[in-house]
Ligand binder design. Structure first.
Ligand SMILES: [Zn+2]
Length: 685
């Protein structure tokens, strides 16, 4: 379906947008807009995060692992996801809402499938904006402009944008409630829609410099500022699905308008402040009093990320204290070895402590994205590598598993075991996950580097270049050469514009320091005795670790070279014995990659019957033709089967494991991450 054929814009709407865009553009260009609002700030803002990310636009990856994935996302998944949004009526919802606003009598007033269907185009638009910032694409750019005009045309005159109500205010989706906002703290998702609009608008503005979507977002943000707050004529309601807090923080950063930051903080402060809340929505008690990762996992991850943003921008220590405590609970008791969070299907929620079933693990792809948003923000607050350890684990395993290698099939839950009845889907009725992975992947280069004063943090490793500007204006180009995540040898060419003193802080991952996970939920079964080596210009440099970083403080000149090696033996991981599901079982990891055994690689298409004894040696091999090129782990395992007389028979056979993220690309069948390591009490699966 060609979207162009569907768009019949009201010329007045378009010309209004053009006028506003022109005005806004002038203000932004002259800097007066930012200056004006900053000087009139009622809320004294802090300096934002103490550690500054190096933006994804300044980091160019040209490696064999990420670069092809980002291209697949740009060339395949983004157009595919837009196509699915068109096909499934998500664009049509905006068109029907626009027609109603123009006073047309439309025949189809059926509400959208979900009241948050508007967020799917927003999320893909956000991802497409990131992609555009890196790679100009006039066709994509034109498509976005048309889509933005369509979105703008569905916005009510006062800024309200929620197609299900606008299409038929008398009979919106049953979750929407009979009037604006009445069901917001439960199921209407009006503020969730707004939050994703804000995130998309900030990304689109930063990526393209265009203000067309930003204009739509600010109009709605202004409505929210008037509607919600502590005033007697305002609504004291918390968002039922968090994300608007992060979105408002981004609008604040873009515009400098303190109202947006104040509203983000209000949405946190009002949460749990009066009866009616519950754990599912993280609204039973105020966020700053919360100590445990609870309820719907995506909502939770977005809430904690929003708390970090507001804390960074306002200096509110109480929010930092709360998310630090919740993080300890999450990584110490509730996270999977893949970095996935949210164990339960029921309520898409965190389970109790140590409740981490494998076959029925929920681990929504969106929750992995949310977990990485949260851990990135904790790093930006604290500058500690342990948050990047969790981010990396989630990124390479639980998050990346959410999309097929060809970029057109998706997982919603990400279990750690399959009996063969679970497959990826081309799309979902509730399509939050495809959009989330589509928007997250293009931003991956933005997680690699950070800076603070005269320190540069190198958090992730992949071949490519980064152009880093320190606060004092110094420019430094870093070039990484590495085959990470398959090989831990990394060479970094240091290229300061002028020779000068600064510090390079290299993250030495937990897995290279015999720490499987901060918090002790998982540990390596053995101790790796191969040590990390570090050299500067070929000379061994001392490995002094501080917060997980090897710091090299010296006067650098162009042509300096840092080399280091993170040994990547195959490691067995065991879980705390409090995790019942993993008792008597081991998982395999090499470097940052968690492995699984999948049906095509093991005899008889079975893997749930395997025992991997602790003394069986395992080796790793790179297989360029398998699954777009992956390292595999092989050795011998015991397969259990039942003989004719009913007794259990063990047979030694070849064993092979592949990276967890690459499973389910070869048709449905068995898969398992946690393998039995002995036949104690073994039963036929
Ligand atoms: Zn989702």
């Amino acid at each position: 379906m060609d979207i162009a054929a569907r768009l019949r814009f009201d010329s007045i709407v378009t010309s209004e947008i053009m006028k506003t865009r022109f005005l806004f553009g002038l203000l932004v260009l002259s800097g007066s807009f930012t200056l004006l609002t900053r000087t009139s700030a009622a809320t004294k803002a802090s300096e934002d995060y103490p550690f500054k990310p190096v933006p994804f636009t300044a980091v160019h990856l040209d490696d064999a692992f990420w670069a092809p994935r980002l291209e697949t996302n740009r060339l395949v998944t983004i157009p595919y996801a837009f196509g699915k949004c068109e096909e499934s009526g998500r664009m049509d919802n905006f068109e029907r809402a626009a027609a109603v606003l123009r006073g047309e009598n439309i025949s189809n007033r059926k509400p959208p499938g979900y009241p948050f269907d508007d967020t799917d185009p927003y999320k893909v638009l956000e991802g497409a904006s990131y992609a555009l910032a890196v790679q100009p694409d006039p066709k994509l750019s034109a498509y976005l402009d048309k889509l933005i005009s369509l979105i703008a045309s569905a916005q009510e005159p006062d800024g309200y944008l929620y197609t299900t109500r606008t299409i038929d205010p008398e009979h919106p989706h049953k979750w929407a409630g009979t009037k604006r906002w009445v069901n917001e703290s439960q199921l209407s998702h009006e503020l969730y829609n707004a939050g994703h609009l804000f995130e998309a608008a900030a990304a689109h503005y930063q990526a393209t410099g265009k203000t067309n979507l930003l204009h739509v977002a600010l109009k709605e943000a202004d409505l929210l500022c008037d509607t919600f707050g502590a005033g007697t004529n305002q609504l004291h309601i918390w968002p039922g699905h968090e994300v608007v807090e992060m979105g408002l923080a981004k609008l604040y950063r873009v515009t400098g308008n303190p109202r947006y930051l104040a509203l983000a903080k209000y949405f946190l402060d009002v949460r749990g402040s009066h009866p009616g809340g519950d754990d599912y929505h993280q609204s039973r008690i105020p966020p700053m009093e919360q100590t445990e990762a609870i309820g719907h996992a995506v909502r939770a991850g977005y809430l904690y990320s929003g708390m970090a943003d507001v804390a960074a921008l306002t200096g509110d220590e109480q929010y930092i204290h709360a998310i630090d405590t919740i993080w300890q609970n999450c990584v110490g008791e509730k996270i999977y070895i893949t970095g996935g969070i949210g164990a339960r299907h029921n309520g898409e929620a965190f389970g109790n402590n140590y409740e981490l079933p494998n076959l029925s693990a929920y681990n929504e792809t969106c929750a992995a994205v949310a977990n990485d948003y949260w851990n990135e923000r904790l790093f930006l607050l604290h500058g500690d590598a342990r948050y990047m350890d969790v981010l990396e684990r989630t990124l390479y395993n639980g998050l990346l598993a959410g999309v097929s290698l060809d970029g057109t099939k998706f997982f919603y839950p990400n279990p750690l075991e399959s009996d063969g009845h679970y497959e990826r889907s081309p799309w979902f009725g509730c399509a939050c996950c495809p959009g989330n992975i589509t928007r997250f992947l293009p931003s991956v280069p933005g997680y690699f580097y950070a800076r603070q004063k005269d320190r540069i943090y190198i958090n992730l490793y992949a071949g490519g270049t980064a152009d880093i500007h320190l606060d004092d204006g110094r420019k430094i180009r870093l070039t990484q050469e590495t085959s990470y995540p398959w090989d831990g040898a990394v060479k970094i060419n240091v290229g300061p514009e002028k020779a000068s003193r600064f510090t390079l802080a290299l993250r030495i991952p937990g897995w290279a320091r015999n720490e499987a996970m901060p918090g002790g939920l998982y540990h390596f079964a053995d101790t790796n005795t191969e040590s990390v080596t570090l050299q500067v210009n070929g000379k061994t440099a001392p490995l002094k670790l501080e917060n997980g970083y090897a710091k090299l403080d010296r006067k650098w000149k162009a042509g300096d070279v840092v080399t280091f090696n993170l040994p990547m033996p195959v490691r067995r991981i065991v879980a705390s014995e409090k995790v019942k599901a993993d008792i008597g079982r081991v998982a395999l990891q090499r470097g940052p990659i968690v492995f699984c055994a999948e049906w095509p690689d093991n005899p008889n298409g079975k893997v749930r019957n395997l025992i991997l004894p602790d003394d069986k040696p395992l080796s790793a091999t790179f297989e360029p033709a398998l699954l777009n090129g992956v390292e595999t782990i092989s050795g011998k395992a015991l397969a259990i089967s039942k003989s004719a007389d009913g007794s259990i028979v063990k047979t030694e056979q070849n064993f092979k494991a592949i990276p967890y993220y690459a499973w389910a690309n070869r048709g449905p069948g068995e898969m398992i991450v946690w393998l039995r390591d002995s036949d104690d009490g073994v039963q036929m699966p």
